[in-house]
Design a protein around this ligand. Structure first.
Ligand code: KG4
Ligand code: ZN
Length: 339
């Protein structure tokens, strides 16, 4: 079975193709066109700009994906698409395109959840996924999910109550004069800094706080106050130390809560996903804490962690093979789709 997946929930137009004949789907193509440069001067994603960019990029991306995979439209057995959550206008472009391709090629359509797709993508790299606890961290989401089966319902355990982890990275990068999107730049700059230089607050870690929710807005304010105080005093801002201390505060909370959730739910595997899972310190500390807790850690390579079409194709293939019902052709886009 060959499945083509379309992702347009934010600023990446992703088209992926997988083949699923055995234990796990195999990646054939993963074309990603990003409009990130068009958003850079605004310091964040502009929904209208993203939607227009998806419209322009969609058909060429599908053609490139088919060519890269070495298949023709006639070989495709199903089309999968992100139906939510995400930006409504952006989602609608992908959903409309997927309906058109599914109709023209006379194959079933699978509308999938973006977060569940971030989990399913790991099977392209590491094979069948045992029941796991997933920590999904990106510019749009920060969630802890209990995932008994990659193609089945998942239980959300917690999420951010304010900023997403990636959003916090992007805002702090801006504050430190680093380009957008700031996550990779904070990661790079922090490598030369001391993570213990400033003891920034760890949000929602008190005994009465929700154990699996996250909050990053207090941390963001604390970093801003720290930088402002230095500037007022005429002291040069030690960018590397501030970046490293901020990053440590985020990663400390993310890994502590993820490992605790895995323990409490009896999950033997922890999976990281989303753009922030590319963070070198997050990967290192997660590995350290999983080793100490006897938990297996799975992290897809960075190109599969950020938004892409292969993750959607992978989940579509799992659903099709599991015999899940296809979506109707009036499938709506749902910007707030629960997982
Ligand atoms: O999953 P993704 O590509 O798109 C969303 O769904 O948001 O994630 C993008 C986010 C951005 O906020 C970006 O700054 C962050 O992931 N990011 C990182 C790193 N690489 C990307 N954050 C921290 N460290 C990184 N190395
Ligand atoms: Zn995402």
């Amino acid at each position: 079975m060959i499945v083509l997946g379309i992702e347009t929930s934010c600023d990446e137009t992703g088209v992926g193709i997988v083949r699923h004949d055995g234990a796990a789907p195999v990646l054939l193509a993963n074309e990603v066109a990003s409009s990130v440069d068009e958003h850079a001067r605004f310091g964040g994603v502009v929904p209208e700009v993203a939607s227009r960019a998806h419209l322009q990029a969609m058909v060429p991306a599908v053609r490139r994906a088919l060519a890269t995979a070495g298949v023709t439209a006639r070989d495709v057995d199903a089309v999968a698409v992100t139906a939510g959550p995400g930006l409504t206008g952006a989602l609608l472009v992908g959903v409309a395109a997927a309906k058109a391709y599914a109709t023209a090629w006379d194959v079933p359509l699978y509308g999938v959840n973006h977060l569940a797709a971030h989990v399913a993508v790991d099977t392209l790299q590491h094979g069948p996924l045992p029941p796991c606890l997933a920590l999904l961290v990106s510019g749009g989401h920060s969630s802890l999910l209990d995932v008994p089966d990659v193609a089945g319902p998942v239980t959300p355990l917690g999420a951010t109550i304010d900023d997403a982890a990636g959003e916090a990275f992007d805002k702090i990068a801006r504050l430190l004069g680093l380009p957008f999107p700031g996550g990779p730049h904070v990661d790079r700059v922090a490598a030369d800094g001391d993570p213990r230089a400033v003891a920034f607050p760890r949000g929602l870690t008190g005994p009465r706080d929700a154990p699996f929710d996250f909050s990053f807005s207090g941390l963001k304010t604390a970093v801003a106050r720290h930088v402002e105080a230095l500037e007022r005093a005429g002291t040069p801002v030690p960018v590397a130390d501030v970046a490293a201390s901020f990053q440590e505060a985020v990663v400390d909370v993310l890994t502590a809560k993820a490992v605790r959730a895995a323990r409490e739910r009896g999950a033997e595997t922890l999976l990281l996903g989303g753009g922030v899972a590319a963070n070198s310190r997050l990967r290192a500390l997660a590995q350290e804490r999983c080793d100490a807790a006897g938990i297996a850690l799975r992290v897809p390579r960075p190109g599969l962690c950020t938004d892409n079409g292969a993750m959607v194709a992978a989940l579509g293939a799992h659903l099709a093979v599991a015999g899940a019902p296809a979506s109707p052709l009036d499938l709506p886009a749902d910007s707030a789709m629960p997982v």
